[in-house]
Design a protein around this ligand. Structure first.
Ligand code: GLA
Length: 397
Protein backbone atom coordinates (compact mmCIF):
# COMPACT_ATOMS: atom_id res chain seq x y z
CA UNK A 1 0.00 0.00 0.00
CA UNK A 2 1.37 3.33 -1.08
CA UNK A 3 0.91 5.64 1.86
CA UNK A 4 0.49 3.81 5.10
CA UNK A 5 1.27 6.92 7.15
CA UNK A 6 -1.72 8.69 5.54
CA UNK A 7 -3.84 5.69 6.39
CA UNK A 8 -2.74 6.05 10.01
CA UNK A 9 -4.21 9.58 9.96
CA UNK A 10 -7.53 8.28 8.65
CA UNK A 11 -7.79 5.66 11.39
CA UNK A 12 -6.31 7.35 14.45
CA UNK A 13 -6.26 11.05 13.56
CA UNK A 14 -3.17 13.15 13.09
CA UNK A 15 0.00 12.51 15.07
CA UNK A 16 3.18 14.63 15.11
CA UNK A 17 5.35 11.99 13.44
CA UNK A 18 4.10 8.76 11.95
CA UNK A 19 6.85 6.19 11.39
CA UNK A 20 6.77 3.08 9.21
CA UNK A 21 8.53 -0.25 9.86
CA UNK A 22 8.72 -3.29 7.61
CA UNK A 23 9.41 -7.02 8.11
CA UNK A 24 9.63 -9.12 4.93
CA UNK A 25 8.31 -12.62 4.28
CA UNK A 26 10.66 -15.21 2.86
CA UNK A 27 10.94 -18.09 0.48
CA UNK A 28 13.22 -20.96 1.38
CA UNK A 29 15.22 -22.21 -1.61
CA UNK A 30 16.41 -25.38 0.10
CA UNK A 31 16.87 -26.80 3.62
CA UNK A 32 13.42 -27.68 4.92
CA UNK A 33 12.73 -28.86 8.48
CA UNK A 34 16.44 -28.68 9.21
CA UNK A 35 16.47 -25.47 11.27
CA UNK A 36 15.02 -26.95 14.46
CA UNK A 37 17.54 -29.77 14.13
CA UNK A 38 20.48 -27.35 14.35
CA UNK A 39 21.11 -27.68 10.61
CA UNK A 40 21.40 -25.54 7.47
CA UNK A 41 18.91 -23.53 5.41
CA UNK A 42 19.06 -21.29 2.34
CA UNK A 43 16.22 -18.75 2.32
CA UNK A 44 15.88 -15.31 0.73
CA UNK A 45 13.73 -12.39 1.92
CA UNK A 46 10.82 -11.21 -0.25
CA UNK A 47 9.52 -7.80 -1.26
CA UNK A 48 6.19 -8.94 0.20
CA UNK A 49 6.14 -7.86 3.81
CA UNK A 50 4.19 -6.78 6.87
CA UNK A 51 4.33 -3.07 7.65
CA UNK A 52 3.22 -1.01 10.61
CA UNK A 53 2.64 2.74 10.59
CA UNK A 54 2.91 3.89 14.18
CA UNK A 55 3.05 6.82 16.52
CA UNK A 56 3.93 6.59 20.22
CA UNK A 57 1.41 7.81 22.78
CA UNK A 58 1.58 8.40 26.52
CA UNK A 59 -0.55 5.51 27.75
CA UNK A 60 1.06 2.09 28.34
CA UNK A 61 -1.23 0.49 25.78
CA UNK A 62 -0.93 -0.76 22.23
CA UNK A 63 -3.84 0.19 19.96
CA UNK A 64 -3.88 -1.62 16.64
CA UNK A 65 -5.91 -1.47 13.47
CA UNK A 66 -5.56 -4.36 11.02
CA UNK A 67 -6.13 -3.48 7.38
CA UNK A 68 -6.52 -7.13 6.51
CA UNK A 69 -9.16 -7.93 9.11
CA UNK A 70 -10.65 -4.40 9.22
CA UNK A 71 -10.61 -4.75 12.98
CA UNK A 72 -9.41 -2.68 15.91
CA UNK A 73 -7.88 -4.15 19.08
CA UNK A 74 -6.00 -3.00 22.10
CA UNK A 75 -3.87 -4.49 24.85
CA UNK A 76 -2.07 -3.14 27.91
CA UNK A 77 1.69 -3.43 28.27
CA UNK A 78 2.77 -5.44 31.29
CA UNK A 79 -0.82 -6.07 32.34
CA UNK A 80 -2.50 -9.46 32.61
CA UNK A 81 -3.28 -10.77 29.12
CA UNK A 82 -6.86 -9.95 28.08
CA UNK A 83 -9.17 -12.99 28.21
CA UNK A 84 -9.79 -13.01 24.49
CA UNK A 85 -8.00 -11.22 21.68
CA UNK A 86 -8.27 -11.79 17.95
CA UNK A 87 -5.60 -14.22 16.77
CA UNK A 88 -3.69 -11.55 14.84
CA UNK A 89 -3.14 -9.55 18.05
CA UNK A 90 -1.42 -12.43 19.80
CA UNK A 91 1.73 -11.93 17.73
CA UNK A 92 2.58 -8.37 18.83
CA UNK A 93 1.40 -9.26 22.35
CA UNK A 94 3.88 -12.11 22.59
CA UNK A 95 6.62 -9.99 20.99
CA UNK A 96 6.02 -7.34 23.68
CA UNK A 97 6.26 -10.03 26.35
CA UNK A 98 9.60 -11.43 25.17
CA UNK A 99 11.13 -7.99 24.57
CA UNK A 100 10.15 -6.87 28.08
CA UNK A 101 11.66 -10.04 29.54
CA UNK A 102 14.87 -9.28 27.62
CA UNK A 103 15.04 -5.90 29.35
CA UNK A 104 13.68 -3.63 26.59
CA UNK A 105 11.70 -0.77 28.12
CA UNK A 106 8.42 -0.63 26.24
CA UNK A 107 6.24 2.37 25.50
CA UNK A 108 2.70 2.50 24.17
CA UNK A 109 1.78 3.28 20.58
CA UNK A 110 -0.99 3.24 18.03
CA UNK A 111 -0.39 1.45 14.75
CA UNK A 112 -2.00 0.45 11.50
CA UNK A 113 -0.91 -3.02 10.35
CA UNK A 114 -0.94 -4.10 6.73
CA UNK A 115 0.73 -6.88 4.82
CA UNK A 116 0.93 -8.51 1.42
CA UNK A 117 2.49 -11.83 2.46
CA UNK A 118 -0.34 -14.33 1.93
CA UNK A 119 -1.28 -15.82 5.31
CA UNK A 120 -0.83 -19.56 5.80
CA UNK A 121 1.00 -19.99 2.51
CA UNK A 122 4.44 -21.03 3.74
CA UNK A 123 5.98 -17.61 3.07
CA UNK A 124 6.31 -16.70 6.75
CA UNK A 125 3.71 -14.02 7.19
CA UNK A 126 3.86 -14.64 10.94
CA UNK A 127 7.64 -14.13 11.17
CA UNK A 128 7.31 -10.99 9.04
CA UNK A 129 4.67 -9.73 11.45
CA UNK A 130 6.71 -10.58 14.55
CA UNK A 131 9.79 -8.86 13.18
CA UNK A 132 7.87 -5.76 12.08
CA UNK A 133 6.19 -5.63 15.50
CA UNK A 134 9.55 -5.96 17.25
CA UNK A 135 10.89 -3.01 15.25
CA UNK A 136 7.78 -1.02 16.14
CA UNK A 137 8.42 -1.65 19.85
CA UNK A 138 12.11 -0.74 19.56
CA UNK A 139 11.21 2.45 17.71
CA UNK A 140 8.35 3.46 20.03
CA UNK A 141 10.72 3.12 22.99
CA UNK A 142 13.32 5.32 21.28
CA UNK A 143 11.41 7.62 18.93
CA UNK A 144 14.61 9.42 17.90
CA UNK A 145 15.91 6.36 16.05
CA UNK A 146 16.50 7.29 12.38
CA UNK A 147 15.22 5.29 9.43
CA UNK A 148 17.56 2.43 8.63
CA UNK A 149 18.29 -1.21 9.13
CA UNK A 150 17.13 -3.42 11.99
CA UNK A 151 20.73 -3.58 13.12
CA UNK A 152 20.91 -0.01 14.37
CA UNK A 153 17.48 -0.32 16.04
CA UNK A 154 18.57 -3.48 17.86
CA UNK A 155 21.94 -1.98 18.82
CA UNK A 156 20.21 1.08 20.32
CA UNK A 157 18.67 -1.35 22.83
CA UNK A 158 21.85 -3.34 23.39
CA UNK A 159 20.66 -6.26 21.26
CA UNK A 160 22.25 -8.04 18.31
CA UNK A 161 20.10 -8.84 15.30
CA UNK A 162 20.64 -12.55 16.04
CA UNK A 163 19.19 -12.04 19.53
CA UNK A 164 16.29 -10.11 18.06
CA UNK A 165 15.54 -13.04 15.73
CA UNK A 166 15.65 -15.46 18.69
CA UNK A 167 13.23 -13.26 20.64
CA UNK A 168 10.80 -13.19 17.71
CA UNK A 169 11.13 -16.97 17.45
CA UNK A 170 10.17 -17.38 21.12
CA UNK A 171 7.17 -15.13 20.52
CA UNK A 172 6.07 -17.58 17.80
CA UNK A 173 6.58 -20.49 20.24
CA UNK A 174 4.27 -18.74 22.70
CA UNK A 175 1.64 -18.37 20.01
CA UNK A 176 1.86 -22.15 19.58
CA UNK A 177 4.25 -23.35 16.84
CA UNK A 178 7.65 -24.67 17.97
CA UNK A 179 9.28 -23.26 14.84
CA UNK A 180 13.00 -23.09 14.14
CA UNK A 181 14.98 -19.87 13.66
CA UNK A 182 14.96 -19.62 9.86
CA UNK A 183 11.97 -17.36 9.24
CA UNK A 184 12.66 -14.70 11.84
CA UNK A 185 16.36 -14.73 11.00
CA UNK A 186 15.96 -14.19 7.27
CA UNK A 187 13.25 -11.56 7.79
CA UNK A 188 15.87 -9.53 9.69
CA UNK A 189 19.02 -10.47 7.76
CA UNK A 190 17.79 -10.75 4.16
CA UNK A 191 19.88 -9.09 1.48
CA UNK A 192 18.81 -7.76 -1.90
CA UNK A 193 19.77 -10.10 -4.77
CA UNK A 194 21.23 -12.68 -2.36
CA UNK A 195 20.22 -15.92 -0.69
CA UNK A 196 21.49 -16.51 2.85
CA UNK A 197 23.14 -19.78 3.85
CA UNK A 198 22.50 -20.01 7.57
CA UNK A 199 23.94 -22.35 10.16
CA UNK A 200 20.99 -22.60 12.52
CA UNK A 201 23.13 -23.81 15.40
CA UNK A 202 25.45 -20.82 15.82
CA UNK A 203 23.60 -18.37 13.53
CA UNK A 204 26.67 -17.74 11.39
CA UNK A 205 25.69 -17.03 7.80
CA UNK A 206 26.89 -16.14 4.37
CA UNK A 207 25.10 -14.13 1.68
CA UNK A 208 25.41 -15.81 -1.73
CA UNK A 209 24.55 -13.78 -4.87
CA UNK A 210 21.68 -15.12 -6.96
CA UNK A 211 22.41 -15.06 -10.71
CA UNK A 212 19.14 -13.42 -11.68
CA UNK A 213 20.12 -13.08 -15.33
CA UNK A 214 20.43 -16.86 -15.60
CA UNK A 215 17.57 -18.11 -13.48
CA UNK A 216 14.39 -16.80 -11.89
CA UNK A 217 12.80 -17.80 -8.61
CA UNK A 218 9.12 -18.52 -9.22
CA UNK A 219 6.72 -18.96 -6.31
CA UNK A 220 3.41 -20.71 -6.92
CA UNK A 221 0.69 -20.72 -4.29
CA UNK A 222 -1.32 -23.94 -4.32
CA UNK A 223 -4.23 -22.22 -2.59
CA UNK A 224 -4.31 -25.07 -0.05
CA UNK A 225 -4.46 -23.88 3.56
CA UNK A 226 -4.16 -26.45 6.30
CA UNK A 227 -5.37 -25.73 9.79
CA UNK A 228 -3.63 -28.78 11.21
CA UNK A 229 -0.19 -27.34 10.57
CA UNK A 230 0.96 -26.65 14.12
CA UNK A 231 -0.02 -30.14 15.36
CA UNK A 232 1.69 -31.97 12.51
CA UNK A 233 4.69 -29.63 12.64
CA UNK A 234 5.24 -30.09 16.36
CA UNK A 235 4.86 -33.84 15.88
CA UNK A 236 7.66 -33.86 13.25
CA UNK A 237 9.85 -31.99 15.68
CA UNK A 238 9.25 -34.58 18.42
CA UNK A 239 10.05 -37.40 16.00
CA UNK A 240 13.38 -35.76 15.15
CA UNK A 241 14.21 -35.35 18.82
CA UNK A 242 13.42 -39.01 19.37
CA UNK A 243 15.69 -40.01 16.49
CA UNK A 244 18.57 -37.88 17.77
CA UNK A 245 18.09 -39.38 21.24
CA UNK A 246 18.28 -42.94 19.91
CA UNK A 247 21.31 -42.23 17.70
CA UNK A 248 23.13 -40.62 20.63
CA UNK A 249 23.60 -44.15 22.03
CA UNK A 250 25.99 -44.82 19.15
CA UNK A 251 27.83 -41.52 19.41
CA UNK A 252 27.57 -39.37 22.54
CA UNK A 253 28.46 -36.24 20.53
CA UNK A 254 25.07 -36.32 18.83
CA UNK A 255 23.10 -33.44 20.32
CA UNK A 256 20.73 -32.90 17.40
CA UNK A 257 20.24 -34.51 13.99
CA UNK A 258 22.71 -31.93 12.66
CA UNK A 259 25.42 -34.00 14.33
CA UNK A 260 24.49 -37.23 12.56
CA UNK A 261 26.55 -37.85 9.42
CA UNK A 262 25.01 -39.83 6.55
CA UNK A 263 27.47 -42.63 7.40
CA UNK A 264 26.49 -42.80 11.06
CA UNK A 265 22.84 -42.81 10.02
CA UNK A 266 23.31 -45.66 7.52
CA UNK A 267 25.22 -47.72 10.08
CA UNK A 268 22.48 -47.47 12.72
CA UNK A 269 19.22 -46.65 10.99
CA UNK A 270 17.83 -50.09 11.77
CA UNK A 271 17.80 -49.11 15.46
CA UNK A 272 15.12 -46.51 14.70
CA UNK A 273 11.37 -47.12 14.49
CA UNK A 274 10.24 -46.96 10.87
CA UNK A 275 8.59 -43.54 10.82
CA UNK A 276 11.32 -41.91 12.91
CA UNK A 277 13.88 -43.44 10.56
CA UNK A 278 12.26 -41.78 7.55
CA UNK A 279 12.04 -38.40 9.31
CA UNK A 280 15.72 -38.61 10.27
CA UNK A 281 16.80 -39.63 6.78
CA UNK A 282 15.13 -36.55 5.35
CA UNK A 283 16.78 -34.14 7.79
CA UNK A 284 20.26 -35.65 7.59
CA UNK A 285 20.33 -35.76 3.78
CA UNK A 286 18.69 -32.34 3.50
CA UNK A 287 21.51 -30.76 5.51
CA UNK A 288 24.00 -32.27 3.06
CA UNK A 289 21.92 -30.94 0.15
CA UNK A 290 21.99 -27.37 1.48
CA UNK A 291 25.77 -27.38 1.73
CA UNK A 292 26.06 -28.85 -1.73
CA UNK A 293 23.58 -26.32 -3.11
CA UNK A 294 25.68 -23.49 -1.70
CA UNK A 295 28.72 -24.90 -3.49
CA UNK A 296 26.75 -25.34 -6.72
CA UNK A 297 25.39 -21.78 -6.56
CA UNK A 298 28.84 -20.30 -5.99
CA UNK A 299 30.24 -22.35 -8.87
CA UNK A 300 27.39 -21.20 -11.14
CA UNK A 301 26.17 -24.80 -11.52
CA UNK A 302 22.45 -24.08 -11.60
CA UNK A 303 21.58 -27.46 -13.12
CA UNK A 304 23.04 -29.13 -10.05
CA UNK A 305 21.23 -26.73 -7.72
CA UNK A 306 17.96 -27.53 -9.48
CA UNK A 307 18.48 -31.28 -9.14
CA UNK A 308 19.11 -30.84 -5.41
CA UNK A 309 15.84 -28.90 -5.12
CA UNK A 310 14.06 -31.81 -6.80
CA UNK A 311 15.65 -34.30 -4.41
CA UNK A 312 14.60 -32.11 -1.50
CA UNK A 313 10.96 -32.21 -2.59
CA UNK A 314 10.95 -35.95 -3.15
CA UNK A 315 12.35 -36.47 0.31
CA UNK A 316 9.79 -34.10 1.89
CA UNK A 317 7.05 -36.00 0.07
CA UNK A 318 8.18 -39.57 0.76
CA UNK A 319 10.17 -39.46 4.01
CA UNK A 320 8.98 -36.36 5.84
CA UNK A 321 5.40 -36.67 4.52
CA UNK A 322 4.59 -32.96 4.48
CA UNK A 323 3.56 -32.60 0.83
CA UNK A 324 0.12 -33.24 -0.62
CA UNK A 325 -1.51 -33.94 -3.99
CA UNK A 326 -1.76 -30.25 -4.94
CA UNK A 327 1.87 -29.42 -4.14
CA UNK A 328 2.98 -32.60 -5.91
CA UNK A 329 0.96 -31.64 -8.97
CA UNK A 330 2.52 -28.17 -9.09
CA UNK A 331 6.00 -29.66 -8.77
CA UNK A 332 5.39 -32.36 -11.41
CA UNK A 333 3.93 -29.84 -13.84
CA UNK A 334 6.85 -27.44 -13.34
CA UNK A 335 9.44 -30.17 -13.83
CA UNK A 336 7.85 -31.07 -17.16
CA UNK A 337 8.59 -27.60 -18.58
CA UNK A 338 11.81 -27.30 -20.61
CA UNK A 339 14.15 -24.83 -18.92
CA UNK A 340 12.87 -25.52 -15.41
CA UNK A 341 15.90 -26.44 -13.31
CA UNK A 342 14.17 -27.65 -10.15
CA UNK A 343 10.97 -27.39 -8.17
CA UNK A 344 9.95 -28.17 -4.60
CA UNK A 345 7.54 -27.29 -1.85
CA UNK A 346 8.76 -24.45 0.36
CA UNK A 347 8.18 -23.80 4.06
CA UNK A 348 6.59 -26.21 6.47
CA UNK A 349 4.46 -27.94 3.80
CA UNK A 350 0.93 -29.31 4.30
CA UNK A 351 -0.21 -26.83 1.63
CA UNK A 352 1.13 -23.39 0.80
CA UNK A 353 3.63 -22.71 -1.97
CA UNK A 354 6.20 -24.29 -4.21
CA UNK A 355 9.45 -22.64 -5.29
CA UNK A 356 10.79 -23.26 -8.78
CA UNK A 357 14.12 -22.29 -10.30
CA UNK A 358 13.65 -21.63 -14.00
CA UNK A 359 15.69 -20.24 -16.88
CA UNK A 360 14.29 -16.77 -17.68
CA UNK A 361 12.95 -17.92 -21.04
CA UNK A 362 11.06 -20.79 -19.36
CA UNK A 363 8.99 -18.60 -17.03
CA UNK A 364 6.23 -17.90 -19.60
CA UNK A 365 5.92 -21.60 -20.45
CA UNK A 366 5.83 -22.50 -16.78
CA UNK A 367 3.00 -20.05 -16.19
CA UNK A 368 1.03 -21.48 -19.12
CA UNK A 369 1.60 -25.07 -18.02
CA UNK A 370 0.35 -24.35 -14.50
CA UNK A 371 -2.62 -22.26 -15.63
CA UNK A 372 -3.77 -24.81 -18.19
CA UNK A 373 -3.74 -27.71 -15.78
CA UNK A 374 -3.80 -26.92 -12.08
CA UNK A 375 -7.22 -25.37 -11.64
CA UNK A 376 -8.84 -27.94 -13.91
CA UNK A 377 -7.48 -30.80 -11.80
CA UNK A 378 -7.87 -29.31 -8.32
CA UNK A 379 -10.59 -26.67 -8.51
CA UNK A 380 -8.13 -24.21 -6.91
CA UNK A 381 -6.83 -21.05 -8.55
CA UNK A 382 -3.01 -20.91 -8.38
CA UNK A 383 -1.14 -17.64 -7.85
CA UNK A 384 2.22 -17.24 -9.55
CA UNK A 385 4.97 -14.70 -8.79
CA UNK A 386 8.50 -14.20 -10.03
CA UNK A 387 10.41 -13.02 -6.96
CA UNK A 388 13.58 -11.07 -6.42
CA UNK A 389 15.51 -11.35 -3.16
CA UNK A 390 14.91 -8.28 -0.98
CA UNK A 391 16.61 -6.62 1.97
CA UNK A 392 15.70 -7.56 5.53
CA UNK A 393 13.59 -5.64 8.03
CA UNK A 394 14.01 -1.89 8.41
CA UNK A 395 12.61 1.31 9.76
CA UNK A 396 11.47 2.78 6.44
CA UNK A 397 10.32 6.21 7.50
C1 GLA B 1 8.24 -23.22 9.16
C2 GLA B 1 9.02 -22.87 10.42
C3 GLA B 1 10.52 -22.82 10.13
C4 GLA B 1 10.99 -24.09 9.44
C5 GLA B 1 10.08 -24.44 8.25
C6 GLA B 1 10.40 -25.77 7.64
O1 GLA B 1 8.39 -22.20 8.22
O2 GLA B 1 8.61 -21.62 10.92
O3 GLA B 1 11.23 -22.61 11.33
O4 GLA B 1 11.07 -25.16 10.33
O5 GLA B 1 8.72 -24.44 8.62
O6 GLA B 1 11.67 -25.75 7.08
Amino acid sequence: MADLAARFGEIFGTAPAVRVVRGPGRVNLIGEHTDYNGGFVMPMALEASVRLALAPHDEPTIALWSEQFAERAEFALGGPPPAEVPHWVRYPMKVAEVLAEAGVKLGGFKAVVEGDVPVGSGLSSSAAYEVASALAFLLAAKPDLPAGSAEQAAAAHGLTTGKLALLCQSAEHRVGVRCGIMDQFISIHGRKAHAIVLDCRDLSYEAVPLPTGQAKVVIIDSGVRRKLTSGAYNERRRQCEEGAGRLRKFNPDVKELRDVSPDLFRAHESALPKVVRRRCRHVIMEDARVLESARALKAGDLDRFGRLMNESHDSLRDDYEVSGPELDLLVRTARGVPGVLGSRLTGAGFGGCTVTLARPEAVGLLREAILSRYEKETGLAPRIWVSEAADGAAIEV
